[in-house]
Design a protein around this ligand. Structure first.
Ligand code: ZN
Length: 402
């Protein structure tokens, strides 16, 4: 572990250490971390503080990695009064560090930034070196960096989960609308509104873990193709040295694209919305019957149904039918082809509303014209036409329909 986290933000996507996600996805999956795992993480953190004599938020490396070169780091480490653990203590410490790595890897962000650690790593290291020798000291300082970063990850996880959950369950449900303006306003309330004081983790909380206002990072602007690969954009490449910076970028850049988390009224888990609907239930397999989604179970059990205007799948379905009608009027598909396409769309819609086969995003994707045409082997006749002519035609058609 070198302590750096490479992050690339390109339009509505974020890549962390090369793994790509929709903005907001990583935060939502972290918010769904089990409370048992959180408790275990906290327990191990306390244990490490005791064994390694490291006090909370007094990091030698974490949040400093970007600021200091190797030489400076070493001076820093030797300069401060460092406790040198005995071999058996070090082994105990390593057990906890391995345990934390495993617990963190139960969530996606953990899998992206933490590699599993060999359990016998420490044993191998000091099998033949003497306690308090120079070699022992240097090995410990090398290990201390890994330890310090691991502890920082745990602190940030606990602080960010508490803060994001509070924001999602207390402030977001009260918004009039779920657009970029209101989502940004919600973040303003979290940070500066006295009504919501205490919602963001702070040093006055019992565990003294805080949600930081500013984070170190290095930023580089990189011109590159948009996701989809046709147009250029300026993407942002960040090098970060702490987890809070990554998660804030994920959630808040997500806000700026209209992505936001919601809590399912059926199972209590958090899920990501990419459109501004007041969706009440998630589309994950329900806890009591994994063959059905929460939305389907909630309807079956309580006769509760989303309003069609709040149901992303109904909206995707309607938009798709509109699109097919327009393509047919425009002459890019024949009425016969349209009939076959509509039939396929109806089959997909039935599957999407009766099984957990598609998330909202996957369903939207499956209904893209390109996907549908490919499945039925239909070549759209509009392909290859100059862009301008196509736009004119679309306008003409919409004009006629009005
Ligand atoms: Zn649910």
């Amino acid at each position: 572990m070198q302590g750096y986290i490479d992050v690339l933000v390109n339009e509505d996507r974020i890549a962390v250490m090369g793994r790509e996600y929709l903005l907001g996805e990583l935060s939502v999956s972290l918010m769904n971390i089990s409370d048992d795992v959180l408790k275990e993480l906290a327990k191990n953190l306390v244990k490490l503080e005791r064994l390694a004599h490291i006090s909370r938020e007094q990091h030698l490396f974490y949040r400093k990695a970007l600021n200091t070169d190797e030489q400076r780091k070493l001076e820093l480490a030797l300069d401060e009064k460092i406790y040198l653990p005995k071999a058996d203590e070090w082994l105990e410490i390593h057990k906890s560090v391995c345990c934390i790595a495993e617990l963190m890897r139960t969530v996606e962000i953990g899998r992206a930034i933490i590699e599993p650690l060999p359990a016998d790593m420490v044993e191998k290291m000091f099998s033949d070196i003497e306690y308090d020798s120079d070699e022992y000291r240097f090995s410990w300082i090398w290990y201390l960096e890994l330890l310090d970063i691991t502890m920082g990850f745990v602190e940030d996880t606990i602080a960010v989960v508490r803060t994001f959950r509070g924001l999602t369950s207390v402030i977001l449900p009260g918004l009039k609308r779920y657009d970029v303006h209101h989502l940004a306003g919600a973040y303003h309330h979290l940070l500066f509104d006295d009504t919501f004081k205490g919602l963001a983790a702070s040093t006055s909380d019992p565990d003294r873990l805080s949600y930081t206002l500013a984070d170190y990072m290095i930023l580089q602007y990189v011109p590159m193709l948009k996701p989809g690969g046709k147009e250029f954009t300026i993407a942002e490449y960040f090098r970060m040295d702490n987890l809070q910076a990554v998660l804030k970028t994920d959630l808040l850049r997500g806000f700026m694209k209209g992505h936001f988390p919601r809590q399912c009224e059926h199972c209590g888990r958090y899920f990501l919305m990419t459109k501004g609907y007041r969706t009440r239930f998630c589309d994950m397999p329900s806890p009591e019957n994994p063959k059905r989604t929460c939305k389907q179970m909630a309807y079956a059990k309580r006769r509760e149904k989303e309003k069609p205007s709040e149901d992303p799948k109904v909206q995707s379905y309607k938009r798709c039918l509109d699109r097919l009608n327009k393509s047919c009027t425009r002459g890019s598909i024949t009425p016969k082809q349209k009939q076959r396409l509509v039939q396929l769309v109806e089959e997909l819609y039935l599957k999407a509303t009766t099984t957990p086969a598609f998330s909202n995003e996957e369903f939207e994707k499956a209904l893209q014209s390109k996907q549908l045409y490919a499945q039925l082997g239909i070549a759209s006749r509009s392909r290859g036409r100059p862009q301008k002519q196509q736009t004119e035609q679309t306008q003409q058609t919409t004009g006629k329909q009005k």
